[in-house]
Ligand binder design. Structure first.
Ligand code: ADP
Ligand code: MG
Length: 262
């Protein structure tokens, strides 16, 4: 249990755990269900993430990591099983409610950062606030600038993000992901396109944000060095969780300390 943690929102299930941010019960996902091309790629995922956890999601290409992240990010719905965000069963929500919940609760950092390159750094970071509230104001700009300051980019606030380096762009994406003070940040290969130094810097930033705000992170990474810097490593193979342990231990490597590799 996480001390001092409070579960907010609608508690729709009596089993809710203290500090619970996310819970998956038997989640399955099939693409093209009911057609000859139907293929189930997630086969009953159980997962609990608590407030403040900094968790890596690893596994071979095609194992279902991005599919899982899309479900957790409320960008797609499971074909079976239940997904609870802060105790609220998301399967009961219509699309509009799901979109609202996503915008207010979840931050995303993608490999291809999905920034708008013709907008400035500050405008990109303001975007989630603008989408939520509908109109810009001075407080929003100040919030965006504070976030850019956190990620070390204040002096670039008025630069078009298309003119920034890959590492800088990913730092803008991190700032944007945190704009709504989400309880959960999902990152899909956030350092996949970066050189080692920039990757380290972005990862350090994610960790700082995790420690500063108690925000829960779930980070897909191929890099064993970065996975080892997480508190916990969940390993998916062929649509099933095959290992879930504190970092430093990987069942798939026969219990070898993964910090000694890569
Ligand atoms: P990972 O992120 O671990 O590489 P994905 O979640 O992207 O894995 O993919 C898991 C499996 O689902 C793969 O076999 C992939 O081909 C398949 N898949 C992913 N997206 C779709 C889709 N939209 N339609 C059909 N199959 C898909
Ligand atoms: Mg993927």
């Amino acid at each position: 249990m996480v001390s001092g943690a409070v579960v907010s929102g609608t508690v729709a299930d009596a089993k809710v755990v203290a500090g619970e941010v996310l819970r998956l019960d038997g989640v399955r996902k099939a693409y093209n269900p009911g057609t000859p091309q139907a293929v189930e790629v997630l086969h009953g995922i159980d997962l609990l993430l608590r407030r403040g956890e900094f968790c890596a999601l690893i596994g071979p290409s095609g194992s279902g990591k991005s599919t899982l992240l899309n479900l957790i990010g409320l960008l797609d719905r499971p074909t079976a099983g239940k997904l609870f965000l802060q105790g609220q069963e998301t399967g009961l929500l219509d699309d509009a409610a799901l979109t609202r919940l996503r915008g207010r609760s979840i931050g995303f950092v993608f490999q291809n950062h999905n920034l708008i390159s013709a907008f400035t750094a500050a405008e990109n970071v303001m975007m989630p606030l603008l989408l939520d509230r509908g109109w810009p104001d001075a407080a929003m700009r100040r919030a965006a600038e504070a976030l850019l300051d956190h990620v070390g980019l204040l002096r670039w606030k008025d630069s078009m993000v298309g003119n920034l380096s890959g590492g800088q762009q990913q730092r803008v994406a991190v700032a944007r992901a945190l704009a709504m003070s989400p309880v959960l940040v999902l990152a899909d290969e956030p350092t996949g396109n970066l050189d080692t130094k920039s990757a380290d810097d972005v990862f350090t930033l994610l960790r700082e944000m995790n420690l500063a705000g108690g925000t829960t992170f779930l980070i897909v990474t191929h890099d064993p060095r970065l996975a080892a810097r997480c508190d916990r490593i969940v390993e998916v193979v062929d649509g099933r969780i095959v290992a879930d342990a504190p970092s430093g231990y990987s069942a798939a490597r026969g219990g070898a300390d993964i910090r000694t590799t890569g």
